[in-house]
Write a new protein. Structure first.
Length: 137
């Protein structure tokens, strides 16, 4: 919170709204201009890098949870978001029925439930720290 009692500075919030509005025509343009297929020359590197980021987010969430660090809220939210994005791209980039079935299975059995757990941790941590802050005062 800043000195005026604002959680997010007004100018920053307004800038985010403007960026969101600007993304609408950009997304529409991409819808019609991007090719249906594209060869990615660094496909492995992209997925390995993404999985490393996901592993680090989950690791930090676990460590922050064990140590009861306030950063667990942010870490768990980031990890949950990465898991949802991972499921999304796994499903949408699957080649063939076998890969698609595997991607959907992994999303339903692992990625989405784990994302739910991460978001639950973030929400529960927020309550925990709110209660303990009152007790410390």
């Amino acid at each position: 919170m800043d000195e005026r009692g604002e959680l997010v500075p007004r100018r920053a919030a307004q800038a985010l709204v403007l960026v969101a509005i600007a993304l609408i025509p950009w997304t529409l343009w991409l819808t019609w201009s991007l090719p249906a297929k594209h060869v990615a020359h660094h496909w492995r590197l992209a997925w390995v890098g993404y999985d490393i980021a996901l592993a680090l987010a989950l690791l930090y969430t676990g460590i922050a949870g064990i140590r009861r660090l306030p950063a667990v809220e942010i870490a768990a939210t980031a990890a949950g978001t990465l898991l949802i994005a991972d499921a999304w791209f796994d499903v949408l980039t699957a080649a063939g029925r076998g890969e698609l079935a595997q991607a959907i299975g992994e999303a339903l059995a692992a990625e989405l439930p784990l994302a739910f757990v991460c978001f639950w941790i973030a929400r529960d941590a927020e309550r925990f720290f709110a209660q303990t802050d009152r007790l410390r005062r």
